[in-house]
Every structure is written in C-alpha cells, then in structure tokens.
Ligand binder design. Structure first.
Ligand code: PGA
Length: 251
C-alpha cells in the first residue's frame, strides 16, 4: 500500500490581526524543533499571509489560504485570485469550507470553478465536504458526500487531481466540541476513498490524502490518526494556539 504523508492543516478562520498572527507563527516555528512525521500547513486570513510567510519561510510549515475567487483577474471588488495567493507564498488553498457554503452561499458549482483556478495556478486544493446533523440523522450522509465530490470534481482528469486533498468535516462537529468517533471518521473516509476510486480509479484514490476536521485537539488526534483512511486533520480552534497546534502536529 502506498504511504500517504499525513497533513495537519490549521485553519485560522477570521481570527488574529497582524501582530497576533506573527506572534503565533513565530512561536510555532520555535516549538517545532524537529521535523514532524506530518506535513504542516497554516491558513491565516489573506491580510496576514505576507507577515506569516516571513515567519515560517525557513521552517517546515507551509502557507495556505482559506479561499480564492475563480477568475484570473478583473473587476471583482474584494476578491482574491489564485495568482495573488501564489505570489504571497501559498502552497495550499482550502475550498468549499462549510462556513463558506453556509455564510457566503457557495455552491458545488462555485467549488468546482475554484478547484479549477487553484489547480491551473499550481496551488494544492483542499476540498471540504461534510453533512449537517439533520442529514446524518436522516441517513443522507453518503448521498450528500457523493454530490459534493461528484460536482466539486466534475470535468477533472486523474492527472490534474494527483495532489488534491479532501477534508471530511461533519458540520455538526465543527467548533462544537463534538468530534466524530474515530470509527465514524474511518467509515466515511473509507466511503470517500471508494467513491474516488469508482470515478477516478485506484491509483488516484489510494494516493489522495483525506483529512478529518471537526473539534480535533491534542487529546483525540492519535486515535483519529490510527485509522487507516485518516491521513491528517484540518484543525480550526485548536490551531490558534501555538502550543496546542504543535502538540497536534506531533501526535
Ligand atoms: P474546529 O474547526 O477544529 O474548530 O472544529 C475545524 C474547521 O472548521 O476546519
């Protein structure tokens, strides 16, 4: 079986200003003495990217963004392009986070266009998928995930998706303190990998990293990472504190 290098990604959401972000990034670099077994990424807000990049550029922490707009350039006030993110030093971009879908009315079609823009610019997209509590209770989890995957990745070839990362984030577990059990996470990750295999074939499916997100903390990371199809984590709240995040990274 191919060895997938785990990825632990911190999503800072709309937290921190420049001095706070610089302080946290600097402390993370200081605490991360040895290169961990996982790749590490932090995704600060756009205005913070440049300052954070300066702190982490000589470390093993990569930079990511939380969103982008799909057009290359143009009169789109307030929007951020892939090329802006690349020039700021980003390697990754989170796409289709449930908060973008919920508060900014992002659709699967928008997600598809954003993944296209990311891949065409050489950014690694982290495609977020996940069900609400009501959908889980009414046993719609798998059909919702199928739709998000199929529509999000529509019209891509296997070659184009070779670096893609998928993040399974059950909406009921985000910021709520309710983590999916490692068994629940494994069941969904296995389902997602099979769904990817059915559409894109075995070699892509076995190489794609599928992260779990939703109330990940130092206390539950080891158990999650012990699951065969959990290849890392997308961490929100617990990535805001350097010490807590580095404890997760060093699971
Ligand atoms: P959380 O957020 O870790 O605070 O639950 C995860 C996410 O939204 O990516």
């Amino acid at each position: 079986m191919t060895k997938r290098k785990p990825l632990i990604a911190g999503n800072w959401k709309m937290y921190k200003n420049i001095p706070e972000a610089v302080g946290t990034a600097r402390e993370m670099v200081k605490l991360l003495k040895e290169p961990p077994n996982a790749e590490v990424m932090i995704a600060p807000g756009c205005v913070l990217l440049n300052a954070v990049m300066r702190e982490i550029e000589k470390s093993c922490i990569s930079l990511g963004a939380q969103d982008l707009f799909w057009e290359k350039e143009g009169a789109y006030t307030g929007a951020i392009s892939a090329s802006m993110l690349v020039s700021a030093g980003c390697k990754y971009v989170i796409i289709g986070h449930s908060e973008r879908r919920q508060y900014f009315a992002e659709t699967d079609r928008n997600v598809n266009l954003k993944i296209r823009a990311a891949i065409d610019s050489g950014l690694v997209p982290i495609l977020c998928v996940g069900e609400t509590e009501i959908q889980r209770e009414s046993e719609e989890t798998f059909s919702i995930l199928d739709k998000q995957i199929q529509m999000g990745l529509k019209d891509f070839s296997c070659d184009e998706l070779d670096k893609l990362v998928v993040a399974y984030e059950p909406i009921w577990a985000i910021g709520t303190g309710k983590t999916a059990t490692s068994r629940q996470a494994q069941d969904v990750h296995e389902y997602l990998r099979n769904a990817l295999e059915n559409t894109f074939g075995n070699s892509l499916a076995k190489n794609i990293r599928i992260l779990y997100g939703g109330s990940v903390k130092p206390e539950n990371i080891a158990e999650l990472m012990a699951m065969p199809d959990v290849d890392g984590a997308l961490v929100g709240g617990a990535s805001l504190n350097a010490d807590t995040f580095i404890r997760i990274v060093s699971f």
